[in-house]
Write a protein that binds this ligand. Structure first.
Ligand SMILES: [Zn+2]
Length: 247
């Protein structure tokens, strides 16, 4: 393992500002946010109603199963619960400050990269904030608390359904984060993917043309295409990189 970590340190030192990072849910697990996939992921939860998380996170479910969707957010994605960045978020902010990386493209909606000081961040699935809900019909903004009290908009009999301002299954990606992500991926020599099982295709366009480095606690389908694969706890890897790159 140490050989691989040393190899990674060398790559960072030799490729200043031509490396970008893609992060997935695994990066936030140490901040007590559950990953969707993997051993203890939300997707493994047994539900009596057999509704799948992919479905509960879809636009369709907001219309057909609003109460179940609301409960799912309450149980798994409550944006009012205070969470703190962990060593991996802090490392990535420091790598950016020290010009080792161009920025971070994240699948996470928890805003922890921004909170830890990363400036160049593309949250391609959006960010779930306590006031980031809106009526799909009249576009009135709502808070998470409002949403918990009313899944339908009650303004002047509007009755539109309320949804979070993030990218759900069935949504298109938004232009702004996509443009930002292409800017971050730019002319990278390497892309480092951290804490993602790489099953969600939205990040694939930002993995092209660069040598792939995968750091994940379990294997991914892209391992055989990767230049370097490190299957290790992210906190361990981040601690090592922090010590050897930013002190
Ligand atoms: Zn409305």
């Amino acid at each position: 393992m140490k050989n691989k970590l040393d190899k990674l340190v060398k790559i960072f030192k030799a490729n200043e500002n031509t490396i970008h990072v893609i992060t997935g849910a695994g990066v936030s697990v140490a901040s007590n946010i559950r990953a969707f996939r993997g051993e203890n992921g939300i997707y493994n939860d047994e539900r009596e109603d057999n509704l799948q998380p992919e479905f509960l996170l879809s636009v369709e479910a907001l219309k057909t199963h609003p109460m179940e969707v609301k409960q799912f957010y309450k149980d798994n994605l409550d944006p009012t619960i205070r969470i703190e960045p962990n060593i991996t978020h802090i490392l990535l902010a420091q790598l950016e400050q020290n010009n080792f990386i161009t920025g971070v493209i994240t699948q996470n909606i928890d805003e922890l990269h921004q909170k830890s000081g990363s400036k160049n961040v593309s949250a391609i699935h959006g960010t779930l904030t306590p006031d980031g809900f809106y009526c799909t019909k009249c576009k009135t903004q709502f808070t998470f608390e409002d949403y918990l009290n009313q899944v339908y908009c009650e303004i002047k009999g509007c009755k539109g359904y309320i949804r979070p301002n993030i990218v759900l299954y069935g949504d298109c990606l938004q232009d702004e984060p996509i443009e930002k992500a292409f800017e971050i991926a730019g002319a990278s020599n390497y892309v480092v993917v951290m804490g993602s099982s790489l099953l969600v295709s939205t990040v694939y366009p930002f993995m092209n043309y660069a040598e792939l480095i995968i750091i994940n606690n379990e294997p991914t389908y892209f391992d055989n295409q990767a230049y370097l694969v490190i299957n290790e706890d992210l906190s361990v890897v981040s601690k090592y990189l922090k010590e050897h790159l930013v002190g």
